[in-house]
Design a protein around this ligand. Structure first.
Ligand code: NAX
Length: 323
């Protein structure tokens, strides 16, 4: 079988870190041939061609073809997997509304192009920030595609949360299960140690609440900024790794609870339609939000903060006429 994988922002840092892994079979497994479609803006097409040359030079047996284009309709035509990575970064002096508007101008037309030409089974992952709200915009511009196919990435937050907890407790990452991050992909998101388990025991019972609230949560939330501070560039390889984890688990299934930002149908009181990170279980090519988990007063107060931020972003893009 051959699957078409569209990657936007292909000439960027995450693009460079993800394309080789996709083409080598780490996304869809060793039996799936890959047709890559790379979408870039005109000035970056040449750089994308350079990356494509290197991809050819790897002689990956699973890589069937590479198309490079600045036309969204061409890029999403027949797409089975769409990784929406390219976005407009916040520049100095840019107001939040300007940022949302600039990204609306990207994710609206890309949603329309997905609606017009993607394969019936298309799965969409938005990585480009503000990821949840960009996914909301794309979803609202693709009325013929089932809403649940639009998702945004909080898996990097989950992976960071798992790794930091493992280091704190001196255990392996494989000893931690069901550590889910809720809400927005922003410093407001909530890593949930109440439902997470370490070697089968409740994680929250193994840490100090003061450390949880005042050290761990801010450290997970601000990890992206810490990486920029240290490297002078934002997370790229770890973001690419998380995007592979998200899409592979969705397409091929995985054990335990995972974090995915998906359109709410009102679960846990999150307003219907918001693209919010939830605990999900993946199986047989689909996912479901797992209901009935414990959400106590502390967790609810944190969930309210991050979901309110999503509402504000939704209201702002609505006000700009992007929904
Ligand atoms: P780069 O600036 O290196 O690359 C972005 C690429 O997107 C550029 O090559 C640019 O030409 C391209 N692009 C811009 N507009 C486009 C359009 N309309 N169509 C196609 N391509 C377009 O950024 P990079 O480090 O790769 O990060 C990409 C995005 O991921 C950013 O928005 C970033 O904020 C976001 N991130 C999201 C994360 C998450 O967990 N959800 C974590 C990592 C990352 O910060």
């Amino acid at each position: 079988m051959t699957k078409t994988v569209t990657v936007t922002g292909a000439a960027g840092a995450i693009g460079y870190a993800i394309l080789f892994r996709i083409a080598s079979g780490q996304l869809l497994g060793p039996d799936e041939k890959i047709k890559l479609k790379l979408l870039e803006i005109e000035p970056a097409l040449k750089a994308a061609e350079g990356t494509a040359m290197e991809l050819h030079d790897c002689a990956f047996p699973l890589l069937d073809s590479i198309d490079i284009t600045a036309d969204a309709n061409e890029a999403f035509d027949g797409s089975n997997v769409a990784m929406l990575i390219g976005a407009r970064p916040r520049q100095k002096g840019m107001e939040r509304a300007d940022l949302l508007e600039a990204n609306g101008a990207i994710f609206g037309p890309q949603g329309q192009a997905i609606n017009a030409g993607a394969a019936d089974d298309v799965r969409v992952l938005v990585v480009g920030n503000p990821a949840n709200t960009n996914a909301l915009i794309a979803m609202n511009n693709a009325p013929d595609v089932p809403r649940e196919r639009f998702t945004a990435m909080t898996r990097l937050d989950e992976n960071r949360a798992v790794s930091m907890l493992a280091q704190k407790l001196g255990v392996g990452v494989e000893d931690i299960q069901d550590l889910v991050v809720w809400g927005n992909h922003s410093p407001s998101m909530f890593p949930d140690l109440f439902n997470a388990k370490v070697r089968g025991e409740r994680a929250v019972n193994q840490v100090d609440m003061d450390w949880y609230e005042n050290e761990y949560m801010p450290a997970v939330g601000k990890r992206g900024a810490a990486i920029i501070e240290a490297r002078g560039a934002s997370s790229a390889a770890s973001a690419a790794n998380a995007a592979i984890d998200h899409m592979r688990d969705w397409a091929l299934g995985a054990d335990g609870l995972r974090s995915m930002a998906v359109p709410s149908s009102g679960q846990y009181g999150v307003e219907e339609g918001l693209v919010s990170s939830f605990p999900v279980r993946t199986q047989g090519g689909s996912y479901e939000v797992v209901e009935g988990l414990e959400v106590g007063d502390f967790a609810q107060s944190k969930l309210d903060i991050t979901v309110n931020e999503l509402k504000e972003e939704r209201d702002a893009v609505k006000g700009l006429g992007l929904l």
